[in-house]
Ligand binder design. Structure first.
Ligand code: 5GP
Length: 213
């Protein structure tokens, strides 16, 4: 039996999930693993003015844009949120998120904290998850060993990381990324639990009861 056959009806709207955490904490790795484990989870591809790293593909990892193109997207109100992060713009295309949620599918946004706070204003019912490194030393190690950033960028990213961690109080859940698989299992459990929240069912239960009375 699929949930479409439940007498309570399928869930009409998907859940918006925001995953944040400092640069180097492994959000990208956790997101990829999560998508592989949860086939129904849709991933929001952001737009950015950052140059592609080795192996990154336009339209898969990001939509790579010039600053002019990005500014046009802002002017035409195409972004749900956007933020400037270490000298580059990053933003979430709005239409795709809305369409996915309206199709009843869950969508995950992997974005930094300023953008997440803007999303929270628009989607207070979303799930906000913050990924923490096991320690700050471990975080610096991960950024350095990734080897994709200059010394100056590493310094800026570490400083941004500390600012971001201090804003984790605005999130619903905090997960320490000690092991990718274990972090993914905890995120999956959160999503399952959120689908069972009485607030998501109550309107449908009331409607069905009114129909049979
Ligand atoms: P990176 O350059 O390492 O891919 O990403 C830098 C930061 O930008 C990360 O914290 C990442 O989560 C964040 N980011 C990626 N896409 C978006 C987006 O659409 N909006 C916002 N606000 N941040 C984003």
């Amino acid at each position: 039996m699929t949930n479409k056959e439940w007498i309570w009806g399928a869930e009409e709207r998907g859940i918006l999930i925001v995953l944040s955490g400092p640069s180097g904490v492994g959000k990208g790795t956790v997101c990829s693993a999560l998508r592989a484990m949860s086939k129904d989870l849709v991933y929001s591809v952001s737009a950015t003015t950052r140059l592609p790293r080795d192996g990154e593909v336009d339209g898969v990892n990001y939509f790579f844009k010039t600053r002019e193109q990005f500014q046009t997207m802002i002017k035409q109100d195409e972004l749900l949120e956007w933020a400037e992060y270490v000298g580059n713009y990053y933003g979430t295309p709005k239409d795709f998120v809305e369409r996915t949620l309206n199709e009843g599918k869950d969508i995950i946004l992997e974005i930094e904290v300023q953008g997440a706070l803007k999303v929270k204003e628009k989607f207070p019912e979303g799930i906000f998850i913050f990924l923490l490194p096991p320690s700050l030393d471990e975080l610096q190690n991960r950024i350095v060993t990734r080897g994709t950033e200059s010394e100056e960028t590493i310094r800026q990213r570490m400083s941004a990381a500390i600012d971001e961690i201090s804003l984790s109080e605005h999130y619903d859940y905090i997960i320490v990324n000690d092991r990718v698989e274990s972090a993914c299992h905890r995120i999956q459990s959160i999503i399952v639990a959120e689908h069972c929240k009485q607030q998501r069912f109550l309107p449908k239960i009331k409607k069905r009861i009114e129909e049979v009375l």
